[in-house]
Design a protein around this ligand. Structure first.
Ligand code: DUC
Ligand code: ZN
Ligand code: ZN
Ligand code: ZN
Length: 495
């Protein structure tokens, strides 16, 4: 046989176009596209299906290790099963740094845990403590290993950087050709609002949103972009939840800055209403940035449509309702000491932040986007894989159907109507914020590097079959060459 497998008779969607073709696969890679390809050793029918590149989720928290040594509940085995079942064949998760510790010393064994993944994976390195040792020795060693992106937080007490520290990280990244992603919220503003809310006796999950309104995100987004401009370092703003923050990104781009923005399905579909409900149910929707007013969903969609937000990630960060959300389980992703309410539930500020969504990311985006006519199929491909592949140095290999790319494919049944239900999901978390959400379009078959990884919800790829994706230098991570007054402070800093 010329091909190990032929995926036959599908409608292919790439980042640029939609056309009918068979896909010939050899050695886990796409070998040929064309009509009437010769028989493969294995045949997969894609009749009536839309075939897209496998999803790349560039922002998810999997088995992340907290400073107390405990791992987040979603394991690499469960999280990657959920990813594949939802049409995502690779993801980028986070190597933590614990404040007061070197990178080597933080999260011992994390990379070895990731070897249990069923999907391909890479890491962003979180920097919480940018000492000279970390920036001058450890980060260069990391980049040499193919871990070419850094993540910084401008909020969360155990994680956040000061502006001066952030500048040092940006300068280091520039020197090394690494990329920087940023969680943009104003730490002091949030703390001040929380203090006032608690003093006023306002402790419900909805007040999580009140503690960090759009202006808090807008200010930090503006500041992150300004500081990146000062250094001339490309950045991506993580999880943009609102028009005000998106407008800052659009303004930066209009000035010629290399700044990008992602959003997540929760900011396209969920709102303040999801933060309310009986039995503390609103805790299920506590994430940061917080969910906004319902009208904001449409504004974020418009920023997808005009290209300001060009990646949709999950920010999957699962905390089970029974054990963490109601019980204020320990996490870096909370803000302040737990205040107990008379009903025994934690005040909003102690609810760990995050929603599970690695499996539902693409079905929700396909249904709300493609099926409802908000975006076309090439836009769906760009949002779900192709743009992240380019932005994070995996272009050509992931997010593509061109010969030479990894044969990561999703066969979408565009007509299948179903409702999202926790009982059919594969993640380890005990709920989904999209319970009962109606979707049209579902990933029927997922192939990862030429092997059927999921068929009709049954996960066939065993743990340990995912591969680490090293990333080399690439254009989008390069600076623009423009610095204020022509004085390159970053170059001097590291001379
Ligand atoms: N926001 C979340 O909701 N969870 C994890 C981290 C974050 O920034
Ligand atoms: Zn240590
Ligand atoms: Zn974040
Ligand atoms: Zn996150």
């Amino acid at each position: 046989f010329e091909f190990d497998m032929v995926v036959r008779g599908g409608t292919l969607a790439t980042a640029a176009e939609v056309f009918e073709a068979d896909i010939g696969i050899r050695d886990g890679a796409i070998a040929a596209l064309g009509r009437n390809l010769p028989r493969g050793a294995e045949e997969v029918s894609a009749k009536g299906m839309i075939v897209t590149p496998g999803g790349l989720d560039p922002h998810c928290h999997i088995e992340e290790l907290g400073q107390d040594g405990t791992a987040q509940e979603e394991s690499f085995a469960s999280g990657s099963a959920a990813a594949l079942a939802g049409g995502t064949t690779s993801f980028i998760c986070f190597l933590p740094q614990w404040k007061g510790h070197s990178l080597a010393d933080s999260a011992p064994g994390y990379a070895a845990r990731a070897e249990q993944s069923r999907a391909d994976y890479s890491f962003h390195q979180i920097i919480t403590d940018p000492t000279p040792e970390v920036l001058q020795k450890e980060v260069p060693a990391l980049v040499a290993r193919g871990i070419r992106s850094l993540k910084v937080f401008l909020t969360y007490d155990p994680l956040r950087l000061t502006d001066a520290e952030f500048l040092d990280v940006l300068a280091t990244a520039r020197r090394l050709g690494a990329f920087v992603t940023v969680h943009c919220e104003n730490f002091d503003a949030i703390g001040w609002r929380i203090g006032a809310l608690l003093k006023a006796g306002l402790t419900d999950p909805l007040q999580h949103a009140w503690s960090r309104p759009p202006v808090v995100e807008r200010e930090a987004t503006h500041r992150a972009i300004a500081l990146a401009e000062l250094v001339d370092q490309p950045i991506q703003v993580f999880h943009v939840s609102c028009e005000e923050a998106a407008a800052e990104i659009a303004r930066g781009r209009a000035r010629g800055l290399k700044v990008w923005g992602e959003t997540c399905p929760q900011y396209l579909t969920l709102s303040h209403e999801d933060l309310t409900g009986p039995d503390f149910a609103g805790a299920k929707a506590v994430c940061s940035p917080a969910l906004r007013e319902k009208a904001e969903n449409a504004r974020v969609w418009r920023r997808i449509q005009d290209g300001t937000l060009d990646i949709v990630s999950s920010d999957h960060c699962g905390f089970s309702f029974a054990t963490a959300k109601r019980a204020a389980g320990s996490s870096s992703y909370g803000t302040g000491a737990a205040v107990q309410r008379p009903d025994g539930m934690p005040a909003f500020n102690a609810i760990p932040n995050g929603v599970p969504g690695i499996e539902t990311r693409l079905p929700v985006l396909f249904s709300e986007g493609v099926s409802k006519g908000r975006i076309d199929l090439p836009t769906f491909v760009r949002l779900s894989s192709a743009n992240a592949a380019r932005l994070f140095g995996l272009g050509g290999r992931k997010g593509s159907l061109a010969p030479g790319a990894d044969a990561d494919l999703v066969l979408w049944d565009p007509d299948r109507e179903t409702t999202i239900a926790q009982e059919r999901l594969h993640h380890a978390i005990d709920y989904t914020p999209w319970e009962g959400f109606a979707v049209k379009g579902w990933p029927a078959v997922t192939l990862r590097r030429g092997a059927v990884a999921v068929r009709e919800g049954e996960v066939l790829a065993p743990p340990g079959t995912g591969r680490f994706l090293p990333r080399g230098p690439y254009d989008l991570a390069k600076p623009t060459g423009r610095v204020p007054d022509g004085f390159d402070a970053a170059a001097v800093t590291w001379a």
